[in-house]
Design a protein around this ligand. Structure first.
Ligand code: G6P
Length: 597
């Protein structure tokens, strides 16, 4: 989603701003802009489209200045256009903003009555108008910024400049991430630490409601009550090469190939009393809820199967955006487990806050350990996947599944646990073997899925979660309409879509449900559908007369098999996107970290 960068640099701020913005590109955006403050004036350049359009503007007409802010916008209020792109300037102020100003409409009306003229359709522009109005009332810059923040409702991160304080940069965060960084050549602010990967040596994350003033000498932070906040900066943990493609064509490809290594880390993450979280919490829970959005929800869906089957604890997966509104019956004896790569997904955060209000204990499984979710939850576990830049989650889903499986195993019945532990621990090796099947998956994608205008994915149990993941990836990065369905439900509707040559991806390891899957496959073959089977060697042999193509993954158990199949489903979608000449790192309209509800 939208990205913010800001800098007080030793020299020209533009190189940092552009480098920072390009490191934020992965989040998804449709326009971008920068504003520089120099010699009492603010200069701005904005462009619709990707950063190359903005770069071209800067090349032709470079603004100068050591203090600047920049933004990549993902449209919420008003279409993608130059006018709606940030920074927004009113008089002597310029701002960039992430999030939504919930009282934007009312503020706009009130400002209009006082003569303000709006030049964009965004809610963000009210921030620049307010800042300007408070300065015009005679307030000092810092007070005018504080008053502006007081007037705003909603969740947001803001960076602002004003000619009235020509050596300062202002920043604020309310329920939206913003980090301040310090390095040898400047002081920086960004909505994502990744933007500062090469420049900052130390970092401080702004907490909910805090604001900061940055100057060349450093920065000061105040809380919502205006009291000074002292916090020890953390060492920058990211290396700039972690934000590069490492010789691969796409981040998505690079991250898929990092899966075995990431899985080994997820297997080693300590789960235990040292975090104050004990297995007893799960064992004694009346009900465990797994909550997340997109792929993170599917990880929860697989986990609910494992938790019930292996540990006999009642568990259900919930789509976070629905949970808060559907009036779920909650108890203090429940446990809510939040699954999120970014730890910033607005719907998942809202569900977490809802659980907190209802007194339900919360556990967060996140990849970004300094995220809001990690800070809000009662307990946090890091999934250890390492930075993920590709918009569609890949290695993080696999790590989420592994960590969730480990949680289930920590309360599993001893007889079930032993075999499942071995199954899990062999995963890094088997994931590596699965990556070697890339060519077979590429052929399946190219010959059957990519030429089709519809793909159906089927699975059972945790394999149903894999079918959903395959279908989501196929539609979001290859733009092929796809559905994921429980195989048993096929005859209640999806079968109507199967015609001659319709590709059906069947997720069917050779397990106790395989005979049932075989019946489903017969039904598909009888209607001329093209069966593309993800299975193992025994499954491939048992169905070879029915399938058009099959990929035999390493054989694995109840936990390992769906995880291996999830990797294969992701690779299949990746190959579809590449075959259709789509950039899988930049799916249209999508964002990596969805920070609005
Ligand atoms: C976006 C991404 C998905 C991801 C979902 C949840 O929609 O495209 O791949 O699964 O957000 O993100 P989270 O950061 O909460 O895991």
């Amino acid at each position: 989603m939208c990205g913010i960068v800001g800098a007080i640099a030793d020299g020209d701020a533009i190189p940092f701003l552009m480098k920072g913005l390009s490191r934020l590109e992965y989040r998804g955006y449709d326009s971008a802009g920068v504003a520089l403050l120099s010699e009492g004036t603010i200069e701005r350049r904005r462009a619709k489209g990707d950063l190359s359009a903005l770069r071209e503007l800067l090349r032709r007409n470079p603004p100068r200045g050591a203090i600047g802010i920049g933004h990549t916008r993902w449209a919420t209020h008003g279409a993608p256009s130059e006018k709606n792109a940030h920074p927004h300037i009113v008089g002597e102020t310029a701002i960039v903003h992430n999030g939504i100003i919930e009282n934007g409409g009312a503020l706009k009306n009130a400002l209009r009555e006082k003569g303000a003229i709006f030049t964009s359709q965004t809610d963000s522009e009210v921030i620049a108008h307010l800042f300007h109005a408070f300065l015009a009332d005679g307030l000092a810059a810092e007070d005018a910024f504080a008053k502006t923040l007081e007037s705003l409702e909603g969740a947001f991160a803001i960076a602002a400049l004003t000619c009235s304080a020509p050596n300062s940069l202002f920043a604020a965060a309310r329920r939206s991430p913003l980090v301040i960084g310090r390095g040898g050549a400047g002081v920086y602010v960004a909505s994502d630490a990744l933007a500062l990967a090469a420049e900052a040596e130390s970092l401080i994350h702004l907490e909910d409601g805090e604001r900061a003033r940055l100057t060349r000498e450093g920065f000061s932070i105040l809380n919502a009550e205006g009291r000074a906040v002292k916090r020890v900066p953390k060492k920058m943990a990211l290396q700039s090469e972690e934000a590069s493609k490492g010789g691969r064509r796409f981040f998505m490809e690079k991250e898929i190939y990092e899966t075995p290594e990431a899985a080994a880390r997820a297997l080693a993450v300590p789960i235990g009393e040292e975090d104050g979280f004990s297995a007893a919490r799960m064992r004694d829970a009346r009900q465990i809820f797994f909550l997340g959005c997109g792929s993170a929800f599917y990880a929860g869906l697989a986990a609910s199967c494992w938790m019930e089957k292996l540990a006999g604890v009642s568990a259900r997966a919930e789509i976070a955006s629905e949970f808060r509104h559907r009036g779920a019956a909650l108890s203090k004896r429940d446990l809510a487990v939040f699954v999120s790569q970014s730890g910033e997904t607005a719907d998942t955060l809202s569900a977490l806050r809802h659980c907190e209000r209802e007194g339900v204990p919360t556990l967060a499984l996140v990849n970004v350990v300094e995220s809001t979710m990690a800070r809000l939850a009662d307990w946090t576990l890091s999934i250890g996947a390492g930075p993920e830049i590709g918009v569609a989650s890949t290695k993080t889903l696999i790590c989420q599944m592994i960590l969730l499986a480990r949680l289930a195993l920590s309360v599993a019945k001893p007889a079930e646990a032993k075999e499942a532990r071995e199954d899990l621990s062999s995963l890094p090796r088997k994931l590596q073997e699965a990556l070697a099947l890339s060519e077979a998956l590429r052929a399946m994608a190219k010959d059957y899925l990519a030429p089709s205008d519809y793909v159906l994915y089927l699975g059972r149990g945790a394999g149903y979660a894999v079918a959903l993941e395959g279908a989501l990836k196929c539609k979001e990065i290859a733009y092929i309409p796809s559905d994921g369905a429980p195989a048993g439900e096929m005859k209640h509707g999806p079968i109507a879509l199967i015609q001659e040559k319709t590709p059906v991806v069947v997720v069917a390891p050779y397990d106790r449900l395989f005979p049932k899957m075989l019946s489903n496959m017969e039904e598909i073959a009888a209607r001329g559908g093209y069966l593309c089977l993800l299975t193992d060697a025994e499954g491939a042999a048992a169905s070879k007369d029915l399938t058009r193509a099959s990929v035999a993954l390493p054989a694995a158990g109840e936990i390992g098999a769906p995880i291996l199949h999830a990797l294969a489903a992701q690779m299949l979608a990746y190959h579809c996107a590449v075959a259709l000449k789509h950039n899988p790192d930049r799916p249209r309209n999508l964002a990596k970290s969805v920070t609005v509800e």
